[in-house]
Design a protein around this ligand. Structure first.
Ligand SMILES: [Zn+2]
Ligand SMILES: [Zn+2]
Length: 140
């Protein structure tokens, strides 16, 4: 018997692994291209920013980026991991809610259906008739 808590924890763990996998893929396949793009920009000496009129002006060569490249590489894994954990948890809760929804439909079909949902006429009602009386739900 899986509790909701263990289901949620499994979703979070699987999401973490999926996020780390996505981060590893992006790190291996994407980061080298970003590094070479930055190298091209820096080699061209074209680092510039824009003034209030939209005119290009040389950037301050001493200006440090807000987050370093190493920081951004760490942030890549942080982002994919957190996103994976979030989606894993959301899917686990969604799965639990879907299960609850299906069980509610089942309880409805046993206890309250008069043919409108089941499209069986009074068949389910009469089939479950004695049980419905035992369960104390309305008859006709
Ligand atoms: Zn009845
Ligand atoms: Zn009856």
């Amino acid at each position: 018997m899986r509790t909701f808590g263990s289901l949620l924890v499994r979703g979070l763990i699987v999401g973490l692994f999926a996020g780390l996998l996505a981060g590893t893929f992006a790190y291996v396949m994407g980061e080298p291209h970003i590094d070479s793009a930055i190298a091209i920009e820096e080699a061209a000496g074209a680092a510039h920013t824009h003034d209030a009129n939209g005119q290009a002006v040389p950037a301050d060569p001493e200006e440090e980026p807000l987050v370093s490249r190493d920081g951004q590489r760490f942030g890549l894994f942080l982002a994919t991991s957190l996103y994976g954990v979030a989606l894993g948890g959301i899917f686990a809760v969604g799965f639990a809610l879907l299960t609850v929804g299906l069980l509610l439909v089942l309880a409805y079909l046993v206890a309250f259906d008069q043919g409108a949902i089941s499209q069986s006429g009074m068949y389910l009602h009469e089939l479950m008739h004695d049980g419905r009386h035992l369960l104390g739900v309305p008859c006709h």
